[in-house]
Write a new protein. Structure first.
Length: 90
């Protein structure tokens, strides 16, 4: 159950990206705090990084979306909202 909540949290972080430049960092961690996913908006461009056991697994990397027949959605973005929630299924 914990990994599904972790993946859902990542999807929620990504879905809260808006359309104005602003710098922000949001991080979500696995239930045991051994794995973390960070969403970074820097000068309107989205990046992500993944750490496991306090080591970089994926260093800061660009994140964007490409849609057929549309301009890429990779700049001019802002994280417009975030919320915190925890769940204990033990």
């Amino acid at each position: 159950m914990g990994i599904r909540l972790f993946i859902t949290g990542i999807a929620c972080l990504i879905s809260f990206i808006g359309c104005k430049p602003k710098e922000s960092i949001q991080t979500i961690s696995s239930p045991d705090n051994n794995i973390s996913f960070s969403l970074i908006i820097e000068n309107g461009s989205p990046y992500y990084k993944v750490e496991a056991f306090n080591k970089n697994i994926i260093d800061k990397s660009p994140l964007g979306f490409e849609f057929k027949g549309q301009e890429p959605l990779a700049s001019g973005l802002e994280l417009i909202a975030s919320s915190e929630q925890s769940f204990d299924d033990t």
